[in-house]
Design a binder for this molecule. Structure first.
Ligand SMILES: Cc1cc2nc3c(=O)[nH]c(=O)nc-3n(C[C@H](O)[C@H](O)[C@H](O)COP(=O)(O)OP(=O)(O)OC[C@H]3O[C@@H](n4cnc5c(N)ncnc54)[C@H](O)[C@@H]3O)c2cc1C
Length: 450
């Protein structure tokens, strides 16, 4: 049994930030992490040759001021995403090579339809109050339907519908039929609109920290020192009049307050005594995560650049749905990131590793050529089956959840405070949102401790 002011559960960016801010404000902290590493849904691995690879969250974009501030605190520079050359889109049985947002050589009907829907989404997302999306004028209407329902009604071309559903629902790593339209709009709005969500340059994949996300979480962990306890999955949190007792494997912490910074999808796996208020308890039962596999293919050089390609490609329904250049700030080696989301990620999960690898490489080779088939390294991270993530990239709200249970997202339950990217009004779902949530939870706790 160890006594501290605050116990933080989960050492992803939310928990690390909360713990760091609390420690710097003079409070004693214990940070309990289930895994044998920090970082949570970010996971940077480095090889002996100095190559670093982000197996989870990686990119940053404009407006993500909280993570940018943290990078400045720890002197972590950023570098721009490689965007030169043409992107590839496979749709309607054809492969398009293009510059810009979408291939303008697709049928004018599809292009016009996509443009109109995109503009409408921008307009709708502007009407969402970020701190309380459930109070939006049309909240009830939009929370009754799924993203897929809305697209069914507003896309006139089947091709536009498929592309838009894969792009938007892909961000929640689910099928559009699983996600509430209100939630989709809220998440879009929390990043500044559809342009940020779906864009690369000046969007969510604008830049990367040099050294990967681990270059930030590493020094945070060092500064926290022996406050960090790895391999300590928290099983039970017991509140009483004087404090809170946090029971983890092999350690018990007595604290005045606790910050729980685990994904909402698995927050209900902890036993809370007394039981949490009904809305928070039900929220835990109602916000699942999606499925996502991130695979980094390593090549001696980024050969696609020599072929005039950016490395960015999008082929909904294929075993390599999205690709993007994920090379470091050095000219070589070349790293190509493949993202599979939602139903496709689940389908691939059911294959053996060799079949999955074959399917992914064959699919990318159709776009970038035969050199794809012989990577020098193949680094796969299947977040879908990660016990302490519960899936990825984020927990989402199906229909009816945000309007009924949204207010419980951040509301403390006695001595239990909540952090995690899903609880952030701004940049919800991104690393930046996780940092913001950690800062907000730390401030909440500090206000209670004075
Ligand atoms: C494949 C993928 C790609 C992504 N790409 C990007 C990107 O490019 N840019 C971006 O900004 N975001 C991206 N994201 C999202 C981003 O990674 C997350 O939003 C962010 O890392 C969430 O941080 P968090 O601290 O809220 O949660 P997490 O990182 O999930 O941290 C929660 C922590 O709690 C721990 N934990 C769980 N249960 C317990 C327990 N019972 N006891 C103790 N500890 C527990 C976990 O092990 C984990 O360390 C991506 C995510 C994935 C999966």
């Amino acid at each position: 049994m160890s006594d501290v002011d605050v116990c933080v559960v989960g050492a992803g960016f939310a928990g690390l930030t909360a713990a760091l801010r609390l420690k710097r404000s003079g409070h004693s902290v214990a940070l309990l992490e289930a895994r044998d590493r920090v970082g949570g849904r970010t996971f940077t691995v480095s090889g002996p040759d100095g190559l670093w690879i982000d197996r989870g969250g990686a990119w940053i974009g404009p407006g993500q001021d909280a993570i940018l501030r943290l990078m400045r605190e720890f002197d972590v520079p950023s570098y721009k995403q490689y965007v030169d050359g043409r992107a590839i889109m496979v749709t309607g049985g054809k492969q398009y090579r293009y510059k810009g947002t979408i291939p303008l050589t697709m049928s004018p009907w599809v292009v016009a339809n996509m443009g109109a829907v995109f503009a409408e989404l921008g307009h709708m997302s502007k009407s969402i109050p970020l701190e309380a999306p459930w109070t939006a004028k049309n909240a009830d209407k939009w929370d009754r339907i799924t993203l897929a329902d809305w697209l069914d009604r507003h896309t006139l071309s089947e091709q536009a519908r498929t592309l838009l559903e894969a792009a938007i629902a892909g961000c929640h790593t689910s099928a559009g039929s699983e996600v509430s339209m209100l939630f989709a709009l809220y998440q879009m709005a929390s990043g500044g609109g559809p342009g940020f969500l779906l864009g690369v340059e000046n969007g969510a994949e604008d830049a990367r920290p040099v050294g990967g996300m681990g270059a930030i979480s590493g020094p945070m962990t060092t500064e926290l020192g022996d406050a960090v306890h790895l391999n300590r999955p928290v099983r039970r949190i017991v509140q009483d009049d004087d404090g809170v007792t946090v029971h983890a494997n092999g350690i018990t912490i007595r604290a005045r307050r606790v910050v729980v910074a685990v994904p909402i999808a698995i927050a209900g796996q902890i036993l809370y005594e007394p039981m949490l208020p009904v809305d928070r308890s039900f929220l835990h039962q109602r916000m699942p995560s999606g499925a996502v596999i991130k695979t980094n293919l390593v090549y001696r050089t980024p050969f696609w650049r020599d072929d005039g390609l950016s490395g960015q490609s999008f082929a909904p329904g294929s075993p390599a749905t999205l690709t993007i250049d994920a090379s470091t700030d050095r000219p070589q080696p070349g790293v190509l990131c493949v993202i599979d989301e939602g139903p496709m990620a689940r389908r691939l999960t059911k294959l053996g590793p060799a079949d999955r690898r074959r399917a992914v490489l064959a699919s990318v080779a159709e776009r970038l050529g035969e050199k794809v088939r012989t990577p020098v390294d193949y680094v796969e991270q299947n977040w879908t089956v990660e016990r302490y993530s519960g899936g990825g990239m984020m927990s989402h709200a199906p229909t009816g959840v945000l309007t009924e249970f949204g207010p419980a997202l951040r509301e403390p339950c006695g001595r239990v405070h909540w952090a995690g990217t899903e609880s952030s009004a701004v940049m919800c779902g991104w690393v930046d949102g996780a940092v913001r949530s950690g800062e907000r939870a730390a401030a909440e706790v500090v206000a209670q401790l004075v």
